[in-house]
Design a protein around this ligand. Structure first.
Ligand SMILES: [Zn+2]
Length: 262
């Protein structure tokens, strides 16, 4: 007997690229039957008129700020309603609290609506050391910053993110040094890049170069927010060309039309 039968919904047939109607049978967390078969199951969900899909992964979210006691989930509840089951937080160099503290809150709440993958937010550590936005970190400070990143990695962070536009004092070498701390190629570096609008291409190129010189994967964050001011076509051309040579590079973009003028 199946654990779960999702009945009469539509799902994608990856062989044809089309939607088909049918039943999805699940046993021990694995799909074991697809199609017209209507096997017996402990639980049956009627999905008529609906689409059956796996949970989506949102690679770019900004997590809840659990700064006050008693604060509840908001963002991740909306995420779940949209079908997201795993979300990557700590983006754009912004990490709202230490990972240990964040995990403790989740534990106290008895779990969270979505699974979290967290990045260590580099800008946040600069603020903790009192480094001003336009100032480069000194050699000594960079050492401390790397230690702070290591601490978050030991706590379970999956990589490190930068918000270069927010803190232009973050230099190329600085990022490369920090990303070197991530020795595992399955880990992730991500950045809200340096400039938008007319300076966008230059910034995209900086990201492409960086991704070619580091071990982990690298994600150019929300391309549309910085490039969709008339530079989307050129940015995509450069990025796609780079991805062909370096598959560890990728980008994400908003799921809606973005219109901005500069
Ligand atoms: Zn951003």
């Amino acid at each position: 007997m199946l654990d779960l039968l999702i009945k009469g919904g539509k799902y994608t047939d990856f062989n044809t690229g089309e939607f088909v109607s049918g039943n999805v049978g699940i046993e021990q967390g694995t799909i074991v039957s697809l199609g017209d078969e209507e096997l017996e199951a402990i639980k049956v969900i009627d999905a008529a008129g609906k689409i059956i899909s796996p949970g989506f992964i949102d690679i770019h979210m900004h997590e809840e700020k659990f700064k006050k006691e008693g604060e509840n989930y908001r963002i991740s509840e909306f995420m779940l309603k949209m079908g997201v089951t795993t979300a990557v937080g700590g983006n754009c160099g912004l990490q709202y609290q230490d990972l240990k503290e964040f995990k403790d809150v989740i534990k106290r709440k008895g779990g969270s609506p979505v699974n979290y993958i967290m990045l260590a937010g580099y800008n946040e550590f600069r603020y903790q050391l009192g480094i001003k936005r336009y100032d480069e970190a000194t050699k000594e400070q960079r050492k401390v910053l790397r230690e702070l990143v290591k601490r978050e990695l030991a706590e379970g962070a999956f990589g490190v993110s930068f918000g270069i536009e927010y803190d232009p004092g973050i230099s190329y070498e600085d990022m490369r040094d920090v990303l070197e701390v991530l020795e595992d190629e399955r880990m992730l570096g991500a950045a809200h890049y340096r400039n938008d609008c007319i300076n966008d291409i230059e910034s995209v190129r900086e990201m492409i170069k960086l991704s070619g010189e580091i071990t982990p994967k690298f994600q150019i964050s929300h391309l549309s927010s910085c490039s969709a001011m008339g530079w989307m076509k050129e940015s995509l051309e450069e990025i796609n060309m780079a991805i062909e040579k370096n598959p560890k590079l990728n980008y994400d973009t908003y799921p809606y039309t973005h219109l901005a003028l500069c």
